[in-house]
Write a protein that binds this ligand. Structure first.
Ligand SMILES: Nc1ncnc2c1ncn2[C@@H]1O[C@H](COP(=O)(O)OP(=O)(O)OP(=O)(O)O)[C@@H](O)[C@H]1O
Ligand SMILES: [Mg+2]
Length: 379
């Protein structure tokens, strides 16, 4: 008996294909625009979340494989297009709903209700509508581009400009702010049973490192992770801050989605390297921010060059990535940070280079970026 392929079978098959970046299936994400069946042949129209999506080949191949596996299917054609704004908003909100459902499922029978974005204001006076604290997330597409190093240095640079600064290390698994800012110690509670942030060179720091012993790996999943950001606000006795810098994990995973959705008032700085491929991945991070109506203050290009004798610059990782990205997103390039041994040493020793070696080229750039941030945040 020959089986005739039908719409439902194709849709079910497509439900097994995940968007490699958002980690939800493409049907849930509203990426399947149309399925056309003619005889045995199947044509699927897929809308990608962003133009020039670097993972489009993988998505196309996965769609093709999933449909081809169905019995009775002849030729499979996959057409790729790009979502419009409305489709993107739907995709983003569905991804968020799914992430909430996943957490709820982990939490068992009496889950805490996820807070709506507006409820976040109840977590902390820092988030009240009239709060003067500027929240800035430091984000990137790729890992290892220097987000944490830049967060630590901007924190001390803003501090040098006379501002009260806090750092929230939202990189739960890869926490590094304690080490980079030289703030060690376990979490202590005040008489209100709130966690007292650590103090590092005058900067207030909260990081997962305060809650684990001896640098153990963090193994919490789902529910703990989902509540982390809320607790980092509600359970911490933050003093008044002019700036709260939020060090984000790389990519557009659960934490980045949480921050984008629950803290739309937070603006972002996107860190990239001069390579074009880093730029493309960073575009996806920017896309999530746009969908959540978060403001992008600008781009910082890191590891731009190695300063050489006589003022020469060795461009180890190529050039132009930061400028391209700033043009593509129509936001300023806030600075280009050179690659210097002092930057890494400062991070390893817990005294950011902006403080340890203020005469260094990198420290100069951090100070300038801090000034531009202040101007941009005020605008
Ligand atoms: N401008 C620089 N010059 C020299 N070393 C640097 C520079 N920027 C970052 N590094 C080093 O590169 C490494 C990665 O930096 P960092 O941990 O800040 O990246 P990240 O983007 O936060 O990484 P992850 O995605 O894992 O959180 C660190 O060892 C850091 O000291
Ligand atoms: Mg980091």
């Amino acid at each position: 008996m020959t089986r005739v392929v039908n719409h439902g079978m194709v849709l079910n098959a497509l439900g097994t294909v995940s968007d490699p970046e958002l980690h939800y299936d493409i049907v849930t994400l509203n990426m399947v625009r149309n399925i056309a069946i003619q005889g045995d042949d199947v044509k699927v129209d897929v809308a990608l979340t962003v133009q020039g999506c670097p993972l489009h080949q993988k998505i196309e191949q996965d769609v093709r494989n999933a449909v081809q596996k169905l019995p009775g299917v002849g030729e499979v054609t996959v057409n790729l297009d790009v979502m419009n704004d409305e489709e993107r908003r739907t995709a983003f909100s569905r991804a968020f709903q799914q992430s909430q459902q996943k957490k709820t499922a982990h939490e068992g029978p009496a889950p805490a209700k996820p807070a709506a974005p507006s409820q976040a204001a109840a977590w902390s006076p820092l988030l009240a509508e009239d709060s003067r604290t500027r929240l800035i997330g430091i984000a990137s597409g790729k890992g290892g581009v220097g987000k944490s190093t830049i967060t630590a240095n901007l924190a001390v640079a803003l501090q040098r400009l006379g501002f009260r600064v806090g750092v929230m290390d939202m990189d739960i698994y890869g926490y590094s702010q304690g080490r980079m800012l030289g703030a060690s110690g376990q979490a202590l509670a005040d008489d209100q049973q709130k966690i007292i942030p650590l103090d590092a060179h005058g900067v207030k720091v909260v990081s997962m490192g305060m809650f684990v012993k001896d640098n153990q790996a963090v193994v919490w999943r789902g529910p703990m992770l989902g509540k982390m950001m809320q607790q980092f606000f509600s359970d911490v006795a933050w003093p008044f801050l002019d700036y709260l810098l939020i060090d984000l994990p790389p990519g557009t995973g659960d934490v980045a989605l949480d921050v984008a959705t629950r803290l739309p008032q937070a603006s972002l700085v996107i860190v990239t390297t001069p390579q074009t491929v880093a730029k493309e991945v960073a575009m996806r991070t920017a896309d999530v921010a746009h969908r959540a109506h978060q403001r992008i203050l600008g781009i910082i290009e890191n590891m731009s060059y190695i300063p050489m004798a006589g003022g020469q610059r060795l461009e180890m990782f190529g050039s132009g990535g930061g400028e391209d990205l700033s043009r593509a997103l129509d936001v300023p390039l806030l600075g280009q940070v050179p690659m210097e041994t002092a930057v890494r040493e400062g991070a390893d020793q817990g005294v950011p280079v902006a403080l340890a070696a203020p005469e260094s080229e990198a420290a100069g750039v951090f100070l300038q970026v801090a000034q531009k941030l202040e101007a941009a945040a005020r605008a």
